[in-house]
Design a binder for this molecule. Structure first.
Ligand code: AP5
Ligand code: MG
Ligand code: ZN
Length: 213
């Protein structure tokens, strides 16, 4: 199964990815997670990406594309993969097409998670992430059992630097101008399906699975 999860910041890409990678036994490839991991390790890539991420801007295509290309060549991608937050520009989508052509593989589906801006802002400004394992919670919609402690690993929860309300608004703007055109791009290819991501996350997952079957 080869899936792309498309959708604005806070739509629930990471949340849905957890259920999907388990169901289809495929790796979860989130370019945002890759940048954050690099930043934690203070690599050159991580520090460069931070300059853009902190402003709510997209990291330039040339820094993103080769990371994904290399990742798709790894052994665990042989039976499929889930891309979360990539592609995010038409340039990235074209680069992905080219690479997949070379590998003689196609996407099974592009899932567009649709949701209203007001809900997104509320979700993101209340998001909590585990510093240790990356599990995602929400102070309003999905509280951890113990305050600020990860249910899964006991790690401490933190707020992402780019989840400040002004940065969130900028990320939404950038999404509309640079990523929204991908909806038409994949619609024309006949592989796009739109799901209402404003529902309970289990319902959203069931909806996605139904589409992919
Ligand atoms: P990235 O980390 O991908 O951020 P994003 O796209 O802005 O998306 P988020 O991770 O914020 O949201 P999500 O959709 O995963 O939602 P989540 O499931 O966490 O990218 C960060 C930055 O890196 C970018 O701004 C850019 O600078 C750079 N970058 C990354 N990829 C790039 C690329 N390809 N090209 C260029 N630059 C790139 O859910 C959010 C919250 O809502 C959580 O608290 C969750 O618990 C809650 N929630 C989720 N679903 C539900 C539900 N159904 N009901 C109630 N609450 C819910
Ligand atoms: Mg995410
Ligand atoms: Zn954890």
């Amino acid at each position: 199964m080869r899936i792309v999860l498309l959708g604005p910041p806070g739509a629930g890409k990471g949340t849905q990815a957890v259920g999907l990678v388990e169901k289809y036994n495929i790796p979860h490839i989130s370019t945002g997670d890759i940048f954050r991991k690099n930043l934690k390790e203070k690599t050159e890539l991580g520090l460069k990406a931070k300059e853009y991420m902190d402003k709510g801007l997209l990291v330039p295509d040339d820094l993103v594309v080769h990371i994904v290309k290399d990742r798709l060549l790894e052994e665990d991608c042989k039976n499929g993969f889930l891309l979360d937050g990539f592609p995010r520009t038409v340039g990235q989508a074209k680069a992905l097409d080219l690479e997949m052509n070379k590998l003689n593989i196609v996407l099974n589906g592009v899932i567009n998670l649709e949701i209203e801006d007001e809900i997104l802002i509320e979700r993101l400004t209340n998001r909590l992430v585990c510093r240790k394992c990356g599990a995602t919670y929400n102070a309003k919609f999905n509280k951890p059992k113990l305050e600020n402690v990860c249910d899964v690993c006991g790690g401490k929860l933190y707020t992402r630097d780019d989840d400040k309300v002004d940065t969130v608004k900028n990320r939404l703007k950038v999404y509309k101008s640079q990523t929204l055109p991908l909806i038409e791009y994949y619609e024309e290819k006949g592989i796009l399906a739109t799901v209402n991501s404003g529902l309970d996350s289990k319902k959203v997952l069931a909806e996605i699975c139904k589409i992919l079957e």
